[in-house]
Design a protein around this ligand. Structure first.
Ligand code: SF4
Ligand SMILES: [Mg+2]
Length: 418
């Protein structure tokens, strides 16, 4: 083969070691795509970590470079998501990546997803120093890791076949195998081609040695129909955004930051959302961030809200202008965080050496554990009028729990100073 066989290949110098099998693999891949009649813009090449991952940068095509062992999974997702059946997805993995992501490969074969997976088996992890992989045959292990030589390698071709691939095959890289690859690419459904080649940098250098390693060319075909995922209508998250009309007037110049600290499952995040919405409805910029354990229904729940008359470019809060603390979980999280700030503390909590000024009020007693955060926010707004409490009421009225939230805001009126 000439070194430049197709328009799909860029003019970049190939980055592989002298004698590496990827020189040939790259040229064969480009030629096979061309020979299969696929326009460069109709192919998506998905690559893995490792020396084989350098191939995609040499191609003038859509390419996606994924995590180690995940090329099959990425390609699977892309193939399922493509609405146009004329597009072709080709994934490239090494023997290391195929070992790491074996389950992804089997799943794609089991579902007979319409894609092609090329497993470049040079029998070692080339990029990381020549360690053996799950596809390394016994003679390679004998040389490199004798302790492992009794552990048989995976036969990735047989595995793909057993899982249900429409095509699975192996080719030893003795010369031009473009036609073999064209058949794999043109097979409807999942096709896997194991390409066995050299990695001279780590002592896998001679094809005749490789050919003596009990690896042989094979081809299995089945007439299974490819699985076509049912198409589902999905919507962009942006399509669910609603615009907020500015109906109120805020009394804020500059930026005000608030932390609401309570317990998971007690409405802390919803209360902070309502405040942020009320801020926007009052002509302010607003951000809100939530922090809670992955268990969601237990432990602390912290919400950070920034309201500002200027655009907000940094959403972090070092020390808030005010903290509202409505439960023991919230208090324990704030004790090491606050250094000097105003604190609205639920009356059932005690913090004798609190930094800054503390006002204590019975938010939980007034509105229950699940209403305490919103009750405290409503009380604070009535006291300070940073923005009208009516803006908070309007935000609550638009929520699916409108009745409950409006009732809590009303109850806050009974607190001293409201
Ligand atoms: S380390 Fe091995 S696989 Fe990687 S470029 Fe060099 S010869 Fe090729
Ligand atoms: Mg390898």
């Amino acid at each position: 083969m000439s070194t430049k066989t197709t328009n799909l290949l860029t003019d970049m110098k190939m980055p592989f070691c002298p004698g590496c099998g990827y020189h040939l693999s790259t040229r064969v891949l480009a030629r096979a795509i061309e020979k299969a009649g696929i326009h460069p813009l109709d192919v998506v090449v998905v690559s893995d970590i490792g020396c084989c991952g350098l191939i995609d940068g040499l191609l003038r095509a859509h390419t996606v470079h994924g995590l180690h062992g995940r090329a099959a999974a990425l390609a699977f997702g892309i193939a399922h998501g493509l609405a146009d059946a004329s597009k072709k997805v080709i994934a490239i993995q090494g023997d290391g990546g195929a070992t790491i992501g074996l389950q992804h490969l089997l799943e794609a074969a089991r579902r007979n997803v319409d894609m092609t997976l090329l497993v470049h088996n040079n029998m070692v992890y080339g990029m990381t120093g020549g360690q053996v992989s799950g596809l390394s045959p016994e003679p390679v292990k004998d040389r490199k890791m004798p302790d492992e030589k009794d552990i048989p390698p995976f036969d990735v071709v047989e595995l793909a076949r057993a899982a249900g691939a429409a095509y699975s095959g192996r080719i030893i890289e003795r010369g031009d195998y473009t036609d073999v690859l064209v058949e794999a690419i043109q097979t409807p459904g999942f096709s896997l081609l194991e390409i066995v080649g050299p990695c001279p940098a780590h002592g896998i250098g001679k094809i005749k040695d490789i050919a003596g390693m009990a690896l042989q060319d094979v081809t299995y075909r089945s007439d299974r129909e490819p699985h076509v995922a049912p198409r589902r209508e999905t919507h962009s998250l942006f399509s669910q955004l609603r615009s907020v009309k500015v109906d109120f007037q805020a009394n804020l110049q500059g930026r005000f930051s608030l932390i609401v600290a309570g317990s998971a499952g007690e409405g802390v995040q919803s209360a902070a959302d309502l405040l942020a919405n009320a801020g926007v409805a009052s002509g302010l910029h607003a951000t809100k961030k939530g922090d809670y354990p992955v268990t969601v229904g237990t432990g602390f729940s912290i919400a950070e809200v920034i309201l500002s008359s200027e655009e907000i470019h940094h959403t972090g809060i070092e020390q808030p202008d005010m903290a509202i603390i409505v439960s023991e979980d919230g208090l324990s999280m704030m004790k090491n965080r606050l250094t000097d700030t105003r604190i609205l503390l639920d009356a059932a909590l005690s913090w004798p050496d609190a930094p800054g000024s503390v006002a204590s009020l019975p938010f939980r007693k007034t509105a229950g554990g699940k209403g305490a955060a919103l009750c405290a926010i409503a009380h604070w707004l009535r006291q300070e009028n940073l923005l009208p409490v009516e803006a908070l009421q309007q935000a609550a009225a638009q929520h699916k729990l409108a009745d409950r939230f409006l009732g809590i805001i009303e109850k806050a009126k009974t607190l001293a100073g409201s």
